[in-house]
Design a protein around this ligand. Structure first.
Ligand code: ADP
Ligand code: MG
Length: 566
């Protein structure tokens, strides 16, 4: 084929492939244009997943007639004039490609007006060509419609997701956008039904509107400013951490970005409060000097690079850490040194926290006869006043002074008892069954002991040569620990102990594994656990035989200070 100069339409169709992947990317470009036009209210209407219609209505500054015509040209932008401007751009888009691309692959209609009253202009375009241009009535602002997306690029159309998936992408985008600019009123109307309505509000209110009240529960506001870096937003509490990153909203200078270094610094700020396998939830806004970051390294502008990386990351770590300082949370530490009452050393790596009285006390959590009076928590130890709810085999009453309770041991004991109990656990079917790979040898062992494993709360079936499918789990077992647990089970079972022992061994593996995964309990949870502990077969030792509860009477405490007891 001889060399040919591509037509504008072809160029735009190719460019459209880069910028416009799906209906959500059309919504993104149009909403960002509305934002750049300084709108205070943006409405998005979509029909049939956006494939039939996407309409974005704003009350921004609008376009004069000449600009309206130019706006569909490739590289037509009012936002930069030269490459030098690039570092300064704080607007969302500047490549001048979006409208041209959208007009190349859908039927576009625009109505716009610059004056509060009076007339505006409208145009229609298809296949990249303007079809009509005429005065149209409109108050200040712009309405852009894109109909029949991909009608002339069937190959793209074929690879689109379902309408429902498309709506979910659009909703996700608007949620992200809405959290970046809570002052902008946003609405989403899907097939005539309003699914998002967020009036102009504070960030806190916006989080409630878009992410629900749950998100804010237990979260910590953060506000930190130093060295030209400002960080503001909300950090989810460590127990709310999730196994995926879907609860993370990060903004730099008002735009949603991804930046692995920043994420890492946030995790570091959480420190040992967070299990290494979990992801915290947060909505964080960073304001940085524009010259400290490189934006737009990516055509859809999600990734950024940091220039003053050291300073920025240090401030983020500090900001997040300080965020925790302002609130009392049960501290959790990685270290597992046993508490040594006499001659031992206290490890103050985590602050000793005395929690204020919790308000949300659920009645079933109360001890009916005698309340366990909690003094506070230190790492995973609950400290309580002397009381007669225990009857320790190693130390006779009266129980004055105080108790130290090792919550890890307590948890392991409770799980061990649950797993060794005669009744098989209640199982919950997984929405998406897990498919896990094993060596043929491991798989053979797991299949052989399928029933024992099911009694432990993991329902599995064989699949293919090396894979196993897990369909249901006991609520005590978290999905993300199933794979490593089954590997451990395979090892334990390989030696094939007799059935009774086998069950104990499995339960032991399971409870110590669960224990190693669990980090941090609230005081309410801790009390509930102590209550459950008392119902177990052997409350005062963990499955490994270590004590769960230590009593320190006045004499023991005095002797710690080398005072003679008199
Ligand atoms: P870019 O946003 O990268 O400049 P676009 O193709 O998205 O490129 O838009 C081209 C130009 O059209 C913009 O620079 C802006 O001047 C104008 N424009 C687009 N949408 C709007 C809008 N909603 N309100 C006012 N002007 C707009
Ligand atoms: Mg744009």
């Amino acid at each position: 084929m001889p060399i040919q100069i591509l037509s504008d339409l072809t160029i735009n169709k190719i460019a459209a492939g880069e910028v416009i992947e799906n209906p959500a990317s059309v919504v993104k470009e149009l909403v960002e244009n509305a934002f750049d036009a300084k709108s205070t209210k943006i409405t998005v209407e979509v029909e049939k997943g956006g494939f039939s219609l996407i309409r974005v209505i704003d009350d921004g500054k609008g376009m004069a007639r000449d600009d309206l015509i130019l706006s569909l040209e490739r590289h037509a932008t009012s936002k930069i004039t030269s490459a030098e401007d690039l570092n300064e751009v704080i607007t969302m888009g500047f490549r001048g490609e979006a409208l041209a691309s959208i007009a190349a692959i859908s039927k576009v209609g625009i109505v716009t007006a610059t004056e509060r009253e009076g007339s505006g202009d409208g145009l229609t375009a298809a296949g990249g060509k303007i079809l009509s241009l005429k005065p149209s009535a409109r108050t200040r602002g712009t309405t852009v419609e894109s109909r029949l997306l991909f009608y002339n690029v069937p190959a793209r159309k074929k690879f689109q997701k379902s309408q429902r998936a498309s709506i979910s992408d659009i909703t996700k985008f608007l949620t992200k956008f809405g959290l970046s600019h809570p002052e902008i009123h946003i609405r989403l109307v899907v097939d005539g039904k309003e699914t998002i309505h967020a009036p102009s509000e504070s960030l806190e209110e916006r989080i409630q509107t878009l992410l629900g009240k749950e998100f804010l529960k237990g979260s910590m506001p953060i506000s930190h400013a130093n060295k030209r870096c400002e960080i503001a937003g909300f950090l989810g509490s460590p127990p709310d951490a999730r196994s995926n990153r879907l609860g993370q909203y990060l903004y730099v200078n008002g735009r949603s970005v991804s930046c692995p270094q920043i994420s890492r610094a946030i995790y570091e700020g959480y420190g040992t409060r967070l299990s290494s396998k979990l992801h915290p939830t947060f909505v964080l806004h960073l304001s940085l000097p524009p010259e400290w970051i490189d934006v737009n390294v990516h055509p859809t502008k999600k990734e950024i690079r940091l220039r003053e990386e050291e300073v920025i990351l240090k401030e983020i770590r500090k900001g997040v850490m300080n965020g925790f300082g302002s609130r009392s949370l049960p501290p959790v530490a990685e270290k597992k040194e046993p508490f040594e009452p006499i001659g031992g050393s206290f490890e103050f790596s985590a602050p000793l926290v005395f929690q204020e009285k919790q308000e949300e006390v659920v009645s079933s959590f109360e001890f009916s006869e005698e309340e366990l009076q909690v003094i506070g928590m230190f790492e995973n130890y609950l400290i309580a006043h002397g009381s007669s709810i225990f009857s320790l085999p190693s130390s006779p009453p009266p129980y004055t002074g105080m108790f130290l309770i090792d919550l890890e041991g307590v948890y392991a004991r409770i799980l061990f008892d649950r797993f060794t109990s005669e009744t098989s656990p209640t199982m919950q079917s997984l929405l998406i069954p897990l498919t896990l790979d094993f060596t043929p040898h491991e798989k053979e062992i797991l299949e052989r002991f399928k029933e024992d494993i099911q009694n432990m709360g993991i329902e599995l079936r064989s699949f293919g040569d090396e894979a196993i499918i897990v369909d249901a789990l006991s609520p005590d077992i978290e999905e993300n620990m199933v794979s490593s647990l089954l590997h451990e089970f395979a090892e334990v079972l390989e030696k094939g102990p007799a059935s009774k022992m086998r069950q104990k061994k499995l339960a032991f593996t399971l409870s110590s594994y669960a224990r190693s995964q669990k980090r941090g309990w609230s005081i309410i949870e801790a009390k509930q656990m102590v209550k459950e502990l008392l119902k177990t077969s052997s409350p005062y030792d963990c499955p490994k035989g270590k004590p769960t509860v230590i009593h320190l009477n006045h004499d023991a405490i005095k002797s710690l200070f080398q005072k003679s007891s008199s």
